[in-house]
Design a protein around this ligand. Sequence first.
Ligand SMILES: NC(=O)c1ccc[n+]([C@@H]2O[C@H](COP(=O)([O-])OP(=O)(O)OC[C@H]3O[C@@H](n4cnc5c(N)ncnc54)[C@H](OP(=O)(O)O)[C@@H]3O)[C@@H](O)[C@H]2O)c1
Length: 298
Amino acid sequence: MKKIKFADFDVSQIMLGCMRIGNKTEREAIRHVRSAFDMGINFFDNADIYCKGVSEEYFGKAVKGIDRDKIVVQTKCGIRKGFYDFSKKHIISSVENALKRMGFDYIDVLCLHRPDVLMNGYEVAEAFDSLENRGLVKCFGVSNFSSIQIELLKKYVSQPILTNQLQLGLFHTGMIDSGMCVNMKNNFSFDHDGGILPYCRLNDMTIQAWGPLRSKNGFFPQDDELVKENEKLEKWGNELGITKEAVAIAWLMKLDFVQPIIGTTDTNRLAQMLEADNVVLTREQWYNIYSDMGNLIP
Ligand SMILES: NC(=O)c1ccc[n+]([C@@H]2O[C@H](COP(=O)([O-])OP(=O)(O)OC[C@H]3O[C@@H](n4cnc5c(N)ncnc54)[C@H](OP(=O)(O)O)[C@@H]3O)[C@@H](O)[C@H]2O)c1
């Protein structure tokens, strides 16, 4: 499995998203996570809110017996029921509770899940320092942050912000479109997030791509509005010897600063998508797939 450098870790470029594993039985969830690890994934994403903590609990059980330094464990905090909370108290207690649920002494990466407009930067800084000094968290990231929101956070915290987890996939390409259509009078040129893609690259941050299969009406393989696009992706899949879902993953992997987070809870589907790892798209193929999905290459 292709590895990239992330902080001091060698991580699989593909991550496993654990958001829905808490919906499965404990046995199924454990088998799925173990299979992912056996297939070469060593970087796992979770959050305190996923299945009300059950996803973290099952994940902890799944990796029991694996050397702790063989896996990179990430979780997120800051979303509460109906509001966001970056208070020192909430950040610290979220990590303490996540550690209890997972049965670990530390987590490798803590991400702030969604920007809290009411954030007091000094409190976040105190929370990060305390978690780091107590050895509970090794490094930090954010999720769904714009460039300027990351700059604001960096004004206060001393730890590097190593990643930004953002929705990115063949059917959610805003951050790519805007860079392709600079200064044009069309919808593609609209920059929603303050140049978040070049911003992350400029600051040596990875982009963790959540929802790699998502489309307007759910997930593209089952989206009735995307019949033509699915046919085209199937054709690409046939040409490359992989499934259309794997084409979507290979397309993301061509960007070496992007880590696709695969969210399926079906181990067979996961195995098929991991075939993406054996494919390196040419530059021409990458652009052609992008335009085949209805995007503009001016
Ligand atoms: N930071 C954030 O705000 C945020 C938001 C959402 C997610 N995330 C993270 O990103 C991860 C991935 O997100 P996601 O789960 O939305 O991503 P995804 O990989 O795009 O979607 C996975 C979902 O698609 C379904 N699916 C439907 N058809 C499929 C097919 N043909 N092949 C494979 N899957 C198919 C899966 O169902 P089956 O399970 O039945 O295969 C599963 O429910 C999450 O687990 C979580 O860790 C982060």
